[in-house]
Write a protein that binds this ligand. Structure first.
Ligand code: ZN
Length: 350
């Protein structure tokens, strides 16, 4: 199967009717504005996950290569096979089909694996796991054979029912823990393969779990009493969050760095909206309701883990035991917080 060769499209445009100069001046700012809008839309709607990259030059270079140009180091190697005339050879074919031939190893909640690629076997190693939106995967990859052959390592994603995999990020074999948060449900896999005839030994540690700490101090998933989507008010509306039961006055913690807005009315009673980031643009918003009291004022900046208020039963929870109603609102609307709040990944230590 050969990949299509990109063609230089030559728009042999005939003479264009030149627009009126006045019209042109009016048109241009709009064109710029539209391009800017399109760029923003592209950035916001960029598929799959943000690898939460520590901003290093290396990560930035990878970002340009992958996310913008859509070319992975593995694909570059395939291109080199083509240049070397090996692409359609039995060897090239065997290298390219190695991932499909591999028997995937299930990651589950955690896995640690030491493995090698030998010179004579042309193979790839595949580790897979299904994740829900809001779960995260953490990994640490190290090479036990320091120099020599190139090792291609990537995290890939496939939507439920899809055939094709998309590269989420490249894994760097630097023995440092890294992580990525699933921003949609689907299958995820880590793929490792050395260059042709490459001899590489590696150690891979992987763990999966929730991506947010519990917003109630000392609480665990067992304290979640009412789930997302449960009917409310006789079925006229659905429960757009989870209820985390705790003693009155238990501290409530900010789940992300951000800015808070407080309110005291409505069904939420004393409530807080927490928006991530400095301006809250593009971030999910986190809703804390039925507070007994506040530890912040509207407009305050908070850091993850800061106490922002205390558990109570204000608003329409007056007749219920004290609990926090916790909601997550993303761009598409309310999201089930349950997967976000699972116990965090427990990466096997090196
Ligand atoms: Zn609730």
């Amino acid at each position: 199967m050969s990949e299509p060769i990109p063609e230089q499209s030559e728009n042999a445009g005939g003479p264009q009717p030149s627009p009126q100069p006045t019209k042109r001046r009016h048109f241009r700012p709009w064109l710029l504005f539209a391009m800017l809008l399109a760029l923003v839309a592209l950035l916001v709607a960029r598929p799959v996950w943000r690898a939460d990259a520590e901003a290093s030059t290396r990560a930035a270079a990878r970002t340009v290569l992958f996310d913008w140009l859509g070319v992975s180091p593995r694909q570059l190697f395939v291109a080199r096979l083509r240049v070397a005339g090996l692409y359609d050879s039995p060897l090239g074919e065997r290298w390219r089909s190695a991932i499909d031939r591999a028997a995937p190893v299930s990651i589950g909640q955690r896995l640690e694996r030491q493995a090698s690629f030998t010179e004579d076997a042309i193979e790839a190693h595949v580790y897979d796991v299904a994740l829900e939106r809001g779960e995260q995967i953490e990994w640490r990859l190290s090479r036990d054979t320091p120099d020599g052959a190139r090792l291609y390592a990537s995290l890939e994603y496939r939507a439920d029912g899809d055939d094709d995999w998309t590269t989420v990020t490249e894994l760097v074999a630097d023995d440092e823990p890294e992580h990525a948060v699933a921003d949609r449900d689907g299958d995820y896999r880590i793929v490792l393969q050395p260059e042709l005839f490459g001899v590489v030994s590696y150690t891979l540690a992987v763990a999966t779990g929730g991506s947010l700490a519990m917003p109630v101090e000392g609480a665990s998933t067992r304290d979640i009493g009412s789930g997302f989507g449960a009917p409310r008010d006789g079925g006229s509306r659905a429960h757009h969050g989870v209820d985390i039961f705790a003693a009155r006055g238990t501290p409530l913690l900010a789940v992300v760095d951000g800015r808070v807005r407080t309110g005291t009315s409505g069904i939420g009673g004393n409530h807080i909206w927490l928006s991530g980031g400095v301006f809250g643009i593009g971030s999910a918003r986190y809703y804390y309701a039925h507070l007994d009291s506040f530890n912040v004022e509207s407009g305050d900046s908070v850091r993850k883990g800061d106490v922002i208020g205390y558990v109570g039963n204000t608003g329409n929870a007056r007749t219920t035991p004290p609990h926090l109603h916790f909601g997550i609102y993303a761009m598409g609307g309310p999201v089930d917080p349950a997967a976000f709040l699972r116990p965090p990944p427990d990466l096997p230590s090196s």
